[in-house]
Write a protein that binds this ligand. Structure first.
Ligand code: AGP
Length: 638
C-alpha cells in the first residue's frame, strides 16, 4: 500500500512531509517523492527510487521551500519501481501535482483517450491519468476539477492534489483507499493513516468513500461527489503510534487476516471486466500471449512454504478448469531433481516476496531447460517478477507479519483467475460454466467477511478455547515430563493434527504451518484418507484434530474419519458448512462454521478459521506473533 502525507500551514512543509512519510514506511514502498508550492504560482518537486534517505539526500542540496506540500511513498502496482514512476505526477505544464494510493481499473482506456487529445505521458503508472484529467477540467477551481476527474475514473483511490494557481490549498478524495485529515491550530494535515498524524494532532476527520476534502491552513471543507457539503466533526484519537500502524489491531497478522475480503474484492474488480456483454479475465502485465499458452502441454507449480500450499490448491484449480496435467513441487526439490521440462512446459513460480532463493533458482533451472515461466508475485520489480517470462501480481499490499495470510488467499485468487483464463484459451469448459464461476467468485469475499465477522462476535469464546487448550497442554506436559517448571516446552503429545480432503487438503498443511510458525507447537497436516495408513496410531486423548469438512463430494468420507478419531478419544474441532447437523451428533469440542459456497472456492473460506486458530493459540501462549523466532519474512538464502 502506498503512503500519502500532506501539510498546509505556516511552517516549512518539506521537513514535516518527510517526517510523515517516515511514519508510513512500515506500509512498504520502493520509491518516494514530494511536491511543494514554492511561492507565487510555482510548484517544485523531487522524487527518487528506493528509500526516503535517497530523497533526503537530494533535498539536502536542493531544498524545496514552501508551506504547502504533498508527499508519497510508492508500493508499485502498475509500472516498475523507478524515479519516473515515483509520485508525485504532474500535468504537462507542471502546475498541478498528484499523489495517489490505489488502482485505477480503467486507466488504459483513459490514457488512450487523453493521448488522442494530445496529452503526452511521462510514466507507466495508472496514477498519471488522474493529474491529466484534473488539468483537463481545471478552470481555476481545484475542487471542481478534482470532482470531475474522479467521476471519470473507476477503481480505488486516495488522491491528494495541489495546484500552483491556488497556493495554500490541498484537495483530496478517497474511495476504498484510506485517507484521514488532521486538524491543527492554523495548520491542517492529510495522511493515509492516523499513525502519521499523531506527532502533530490527535484530532482527525476520516474521509469516507466518495468524499472530497479541501484543506487550507484555517479551513477544512468536506463535500460529496456532487459538490454538496458534508458535515463531520473531528474524532479524538487515543491510540499510540504503534497501535495506529496496525489500524487498531494488536498485531499486523490479525490486521492482515481482516484485510483479505477487501483484497480479494479488489483483485476481482481489477481482473474481471466485461467484454462483449460477457465477463472476461484480464492480466495486463502478463506478457505471455494466448498463442504461446495454447502450446502448453503441462504445468509445474514451484514454491516454498505457504506459497507451496497455494500451489497445491492451484493443482486442483487448474485441473478443474483445464485438461492440462499439473504437477506441484517445492522449489528446493525441483531445482535439484533434474526436472523434465521443455518448451511445452509452463513453470509457474509462486512467491509473495519474489526473492525466495530456492524459488528463484527453480525458475532459472526451468528457463535453462526451455520452459515457459510465469511468476505469481506480490512485490513489483522483485527478482522473480523480472526474471520470469511473464508475471501476474497479486496486489495484496505489503505483508508485514512473517506468517503469510493475505498473500496466500491473494495467490489463490490469482490461480482461480488463471484457471478460468486458460479454460477460455483451451476452450476446456463450456462458456456458460466459466461465466457462472466468475459470477460465483464475486460472492466469495462477501462470505469471507462473514467468517471474520462471526469470529469478531465470538472472539471471547475463541480466546477461552485457546486458554483451555493451554491448560490441557501444560497439564499433559507435567504428566509426561513430571513436575517442575516446564515453561515454554513443546511436547509432541500435546499437538495438533489437521486433516482435509480434495481441494481442502492443502489447507490442512497450511493450517499446521501457521500454528507451528507462530506458537512453536508441533502440528501436522495430512490428507484425511491417509489416517488409516499410520497417523491414526497417534490418536488418544491428546491431539487436537482440526478437520476440514465443508459440504463436498468427500464429505461422508470426512465424517467417517472424524468418527474414527472420536472413537479413540481425539479432540475434534471440525470446520463445517453452516447448518451442518451431522457433525453435532459427533459432539465436537468446538465446531467452526463457514457459509455455503461452491466446493471449488471453499479453500478461501476454510483457511480463515485456521489462520485464526493459530493466531489465538500463539496469543494465548504469549509468543511474538508478527516476528516469530528463527524466521525471516523472505528466505533469500538456501
Ligand atoms: C509462510 O507463513 C512463511 N512465512 C513461509 O513459509 C513463506 O511462505 C515462504 O518462505 C515463501 O515465501 P515467498 O512467498 O516470499 O516466496
Amino acid at each position: 500500500m502506498c503512503g500519502i502525507f500532506g501539510y498546509t500551514g505556516k511552517k516549512e512543509a518539506q521537513g514535516l512531509v518527510l517526517q510523515g512519510l517516515r511514519q508510513l514506511e512500515y506500509r512498504g514502498y520502493d520509491s518516494s517523492g514530494l511536491a511543494v508550492q514554492c511561492g507565487a504560482e510555482e510548484l517544485r518537486f523531487e522524487k527518487t527510487k528506493g528509500k526516503i534517505r535517497n530523497l533526503e539526500e537530494v533535498l539536502k542540496t536542493n531544498p524545496l521551500r514552501g508551506s504547502t506540500a504533498i508527499g508519497h511513498t510508492r508500493w508499485a502496482t502498475h509500472g516498475t519501481p523507478s524515479q519516473v514512476n515515483a509520485h508525485p505526477h504532474l500535468d504537462s505544464a507542471n502546475r498541478i501535482a498528484v499523489v495517489h494510493n490505489g488502482i485505477i481499473e480503467n486507466y488504459s482506456r483513459l490514457k488512450e483517450k487523453l493521448k488522442k487529445e494530445g496529452v503526452s505521458f511521462r510514466s507507466d503508472t495508472d496514477t498519471e491519468v488522474i493529474v491529466h484529467l484534473i488539468a483537463k477540467y481545471y478552470r481555476n477551481n481545484l475542487e471542481e476539477a478534482v470532482r470531475r476527474a474522479i467521476k471519470d475514473i473507476r477503481g480505488t483511490y486516495a488522491v491528494a492534489v495541489i495546484s500552483a494557481k491556488e497556493p495554500g490549498k490541498i484537495v483530496a478524495a478517497r474511495f476504498d483507499s484510506p485517507l484521514v485529515a488532521g486538524v491543527g491550530l492554523g495548520e491542517n494535515y492529510l495522511a493515509s493513516d492516523v499513525s502519521a498524524l499523531l506527532d502533530h494532532t490527535r484530532r482527525v476527520v476520516f474521509i469516507e468513500n466518495g468524499e472530497i476534502v479541501s484543506l487550507t491552513e484555517n479551513s477544512m471543507r468536506l463535500m460529496d461527489l456532487e459538490g454538496r457539503a458534508v458535515k463531520r466533526l473531528p474524532s479524538k484519537i487515543d491510540w499510540n503510534i504503534s497501535q495506529a500502524k496496525k489500524g487498531g489491531f494488536p498485531h499486523y497478522m490479525i490486521k492482515e487476516i481482516f484485510e483479505q475480503p477487501e483484497i480479494i474484492t479488489a483483485i476481482l474488480r481489477e481482473r474481471i471486466k466485461k467484454e462483449k456483454h460477457r465477463s472476461a479475465v484480464f492480466f495486463e502485465e502478463l506478457k505471455i500471449n494466448r498463442r504461446e499458452f495454447g502450446k502448453i502441454k503441462r504445468v509445474i507449480l514451484i514454491a516454498c512454504g505457504t506459497a507451496y500450499h497455494a500451489g497445491l490448491v492451484g493443482k486442483y484449480i487448474l485441473e478443474a478448469f483445464t485438461d492440462i496435467p499439473v504437477w506441484v513441487d517445492t522449489s528446493s526439490e525441483f531445482r535439484y531433481r533434474n526436472p523434465n521440462v521443455d518448451r511445452r512446459t509452463l513453470v509457474i513460480a509462486i512467491s509473495q516476496s519474489g526473492e525466495t532463493a530456492d524459488t528463484l533458482a527453480g525458475l532459472r533451472e526451468a528457463k535453462s531447460r526451455g520452459a515457459v515461466t510465469l511468476a505469481i508475485c506480490n512485490v513489483l520489480g522483485s527478482s522473480l517478477s523480472r526474471e520470469a517470462r511473464g508475471v501476474i501480481y497479486t496486489h495484496a499490499g505489503p505483508e508485514i507479519a512473517v506468517a503469510s495470510t493475505k498473500a496466500y488467499t491473494a495467490q489463490l485468487a490469482v490461480l482461480y483467475l488463471l484457471g478460468l483464463y486458460l479454460a477460455g484459451i483451451f476452450h476446456a469448459r463450456p462458456r456458460k460454466k466459466i461465466q457462472d464461476t466468475l459470477k460465483e467468485f464475486f460472492r466469495v469475499p462477501v462470505l469471507m467477511k462473514e467468517v471474520l465477522e462471526n469470529y469478531k462476535r465470538d472472539e471471547k469464546n475463541w480466546a477461552k478455547n485457546a486458554h483451555d487448550f493451554n491448560e490441557r497442554y501444560h497439564a499433559q506436559l507435567k504428566k509426561y515430563f513430571g513436575g517442575g517448571a516446564i515453561e515454554k516446552k513443546r511436547s509432541p503429545n500435546g499437538f495438533f493434527l489437521y486433516l482435509g480432503r480434495g481441494i481442502n487438503f492443502p489447507n490442512a498443511l497450511e493450517g499446521a504451518l501457521k500454528l507451528k510458525e507462530i506458537s512453536y507447537i508441533p502440528a501436522e497436516g495430512y490428507p484425511a484418507g491417509e489416517m488409516k495408513h499410520g497417523p491414526i496410531a497417534l490418536i488418544d486423548e491428546n491431539p487436537w484434530v482440526i478437520c476440514l469438512a465443508p459440504r463436498s463430494k468427500t464429505y461422508d468420507k470426512m465424517i467417517s474419519n472424524i468418527q474414527e478419531i472420536k472413537a479413540r478419544g481425539g479432540m475434534i474441532i471440525p470446520v463445517v458448512t453452516r447448518g451442518d447437523r451431522e457433525i453435532r451428533k459427533l459432539d465436537p469440542f468446538y465446531s467452526i462454521e463457514v457459509p455455503a459456497v461452491e466446493e471449488i472456492f471453499s479453500p478461501l473460506l476454510t483457511v480463515l478459521p485456521l489462520q485464526l486458530v493459530a493466531y489465538c493459540v500463539a496469543r494465548e501462549f504469549g509468543e511474538d506473533i508478527d516476528q516469530p523466532r528463527n524466521l525471516a519474512k523472505s528466505v533469500t538464502v538456501e
